[in-house]
Ligand binder design. Structure first.
Ligand SMILES: [Zn+2]
Length: 263
């Protein structure tokens, strides 16, 4: 099988290129345009060759950030892993496609705090098909309803909290940043399709714990670096990536989750 190894390597590279490209263009244009330089004073479009080879911008000389390389490293590693350990019932191809999609949603949420509606619609089809393969249509449908319902309750509670806090700080409630966006409700529905009923409960609960743990680590890191200031209290990390990471762990590394949970 080793003579086939270039295949998952190249497939991982192609998936990484696609994720990088879509994460660069979709939040700005919502269309498949030519990627532009990230420098806000430059915004010159890249030549395709320069873009794909991660060259710096020819107009202003700005380097490409570390994200493009990180995405390549992640997708190629996961592609090789899935080649040898394909997730049961999903298989290598669907597994890689789903992973690339989830990385893209998490990346855009991290970089822009956005869960794009068009991308979610495409995800609805993808996640419904994957859920059906993973655990049948009944569990998928119930998971979808539960994911939507749980996140909707969180969203409404978050809205209430944001309003109260904005009033205390004397801000306009319409301009206050929300811990939970409406995009998170969409995301909950997508992950409900993927994890199915009743696993979605555990997924969202563990995702919330993971989010809490990651936030705490980041805050401790900021305190350690003495960058923590009062405004950190008004700053939220997006929740989506925590939930997505937990879903990925549950689908692709079920043995790891089972080993970590108390029996
Ligand atoms: Zn530039």
């Amino acid at each position: 099988m080793n003579f086939l190894l270039p295949f998952p390597f190249l497939a991982g590279l192609a998936a990484a290129g696609l994720v990088n490209y879509l994460a660069d263009v979709l939040p700005h244009s919502l269309r498949l345009t030519r990627p532009v330089c990230a420098n806000p004073h430059c915004r010159q479009p890249f030549a395709w060759g320069d873009y794909l080879l991660l060259r710096r911008c020819r107009a202003c000389g700005q380097r490409r950030g570390p994200r493009a390389l990180l995405v390549i490293f992640l997708l190629v590693s996961v592609s090789l892993y899935l080649w040898f350990e394909p997730p049961s019932r999903l298989g290598y191809g669907a597994g890689l496609l789903l992973f690339a999609y989830l990385s893209l949603v998490a990346l855009i949420d991290l970089e822009h705090r956005l869960i794009l509606r068009g991308l979610s619609l495409a995800g609805l089809v993808l996640c419904a098909a994957a859920g059906w393969l993973l655990h049948g249509w009944q569990s998928t449908l119930l998971g979808f309803l539960a994911g939507f319902g749980i996140m909707l309750i969180f969203y409404l509670l978050g809205l209430l909290f944001t309003r109260l806090r904005a009033r205390r700080l004397g801000q306009d409630p319409k301009e206050a940043e929300e811990a939970f966006g409406s995009g998170d409700v969409t995301l909950g529905s997508l992950l409900g399709l993927l994890l199915g009923w009743p696993l979605i409960w555990g997924g969202l609960l563990l995702g919330l714990l993971l989010y809490g743990a990651l936030s705490l680590l980041i805050i401790l890191g900021l305190v350690f670096l003495r960058r923590y200031q009062q405004h950190a209290w008004t700053m939220f990390l997006p929740l989506g990536p925590g939930f997505i990471l937990m879903t990925v762990l549950m689908i692709y590394f079920p043995a790891l989750i089972a080993a970590l949970l108390p029996k």
